[in-house]
Design a binder for this molecule. Structure first.
Ligand code: ATP
Ligand code: MG
Length: 393
């Protein structure tokens, strides 16, 4: 029955002169998501609102679901368009809408209205009051509750008029592409996909890097990361996933350095390589799924030691989150089930029984000197053999 949707956005409304850039980016993202849905859609920008009109047949649930994954959209409402907005016709059309949607039901309601056609003979408050009394007269079983209505009936008068009452939650945040790009260190765990989602939500495009250690980590472990990247891309858009072969570097550190420092040193090399890839790909920062104290490599001292090798800012959106809070988000965005599949992670293979939890940066740097002979060449080799996988929803 619905042929159009009204999309509201919150945060981008306050961007002053740059607002049109945000609105354009938002429309582009809505179009991108709807391309994958059965149906033909037109996305129209109009005075602080976005309308999506479906031409002909389309899949309603799929369209709502796709739009609910676009960052920058705060809500989605299926609307009925009323071509002839002359008052007598408008009241009747709104009444017919209520009849179709709620026929025979008893509930409290309130009319809310917005009028951008300033020549319309009724002001917004007048539309609310007059429409309210029309509906009360036509549907005596209804009553008005201005404070806590069960149903809000929205009437918007623009070029055309629109009526709607259903509101679906949007993804909120900022439109992708309005805040540059960052490189996500994506492992097969629970945390890093959530971290990527959270930064993307602020309008940042994402590239990703995965450190793979064959034959210690299997093809299946790599496929799991590809699957996770696909799930993240349902929100974050296209992702270029860089797969780095980390085996030789990991083995070399294992041979040369104290085993209790292995994880920290390995993580420092991951960060170095990720940063090089980030710079080559116009990324303005790195993203990890770290959270203070979660494991030995995420104490304040360990984070400082990892951070020590980076010039670019490292964004750690989960830094203050408890595990359960992270799990909740991963369930919400649909990555949890994939994350908990039991495939080995390259970090877990060589972990020491008692890793240092308070690494001293000077000590770590000195241990890394034992790698001087071959490490630069190995890092270069790893960079030269990166496999790039283009990920899309
Ligand atoms: P996750 O659930 O994201 O794997 P974790 O709790 O297992 O996190 P660590 O293994 O210490 O924590 O990793 C911390 C962060 O380092 C991860 O969130 C991720 O950003 C990055 N990371 C770890 N291993 C890899 C890997 N093999 N490839 C790419 N990034 C990695
Ligand atoms: Mg991990």
């Amino acid at each position: 029955m619905y042929q159009a949707f009204l999309l509201k956005y919150a945060e981008i409304g306050i961007k002053g002169k740059n607002r049109y850039k945000f609105e354009n980016a938002l429309c582009e993202q809505i179009r991108y998501r709807l391309e994958k849905i059965e149906g033909d859609f037109e996305v129209i920008r109009e005075q602080g609102r976005i309308f999506v009109e479906a031409k002909g047949e389309f899949d309603f649930d799929d369209a709502i679901e796709a739009m609910s994954r676009v960052f920058g959209v705060s809500s989605i409402s299926p609307v009925e368009m009323i071509e002839d907005k002359e008052w007598g016709n408008l009241t009747k059309a709104v009444g017919d809408f209520v009849e179709r949607q709620y026929g025979g039901q008893k509930f409290t309601f309130k009319v809310k209205s917005r009028r951008s056609d300033k020549h319309y003979p009724y002001t917004s408050p007048e539309i609310c009051v007059e429409m309210g009394s029309y509906l009360l007269e036509r549907f005596p079983e209804l009553s008005v509750d201005v404070h806590n209505p069960e149903v809000l009936i929205w009437v918007e008068v623009r070029e055309k008029a629109y009526v709607y009452s259903k509101v679906y939650q949007g993804a909120c945040g900022m439109p992708l592409g309005t805040n540059g790009k960052a490189m996500l260190l994506l492992s097969g765990g629970i945390d890093s996909p959530v971290a990527g989602y959270m930064i993307a939500k602020r309008g940042v495009f994402i590239d990703a890097v995965y450190f793979h250690a064959p034959p210690y980590t299997s093809e299946r472990a790599k496929q799991k990361v590809v699957d996770l990247a696909k799930l993240v891309s349902r929100y974050a858009g296209k992702i270029r996933l860089h797969v780095v072969n980390f085996t030789d570097i990991q083995m070399y550190i294992y041979e040369q350095c104290p085993h209790e420092e292995l994880t920290i040193i390995m993580r420092r090399y991951m960060m170095r390589i990720a940063e090089t890839l980030a710079k080559e790909n116009d990324c303005l920062g790195l993203i990890t799924g770290e959270s203070i104290g979660q494991v030995a490599s995420q104490t304040m001292q360990s984070l400082a030691a990892t951070n020590d090798v980076c010039e670019l800012p490292v964004y750690r959106p989960l830094i203050g989150f408890d595990k359960q809070e992270i799990v909740d988000i991963s369930e919400k965005i649909g990555t949890y089930e994939t994350s908990i599949q039991p495939y080995e992670d390259c970090c877990t293979i060589f972990v020491a029984k008692h890793p240092v939890t308070k690494p001293n940066i000077k000590v770590i740097r000195r241990s890394e000197e034992k790698l001087t002979e071959k490490i630069d060449q190995m890092v270069q080799e790893a960079l030269d053999t990166v496999e790039v996988i283009e990920i899309a929803e």
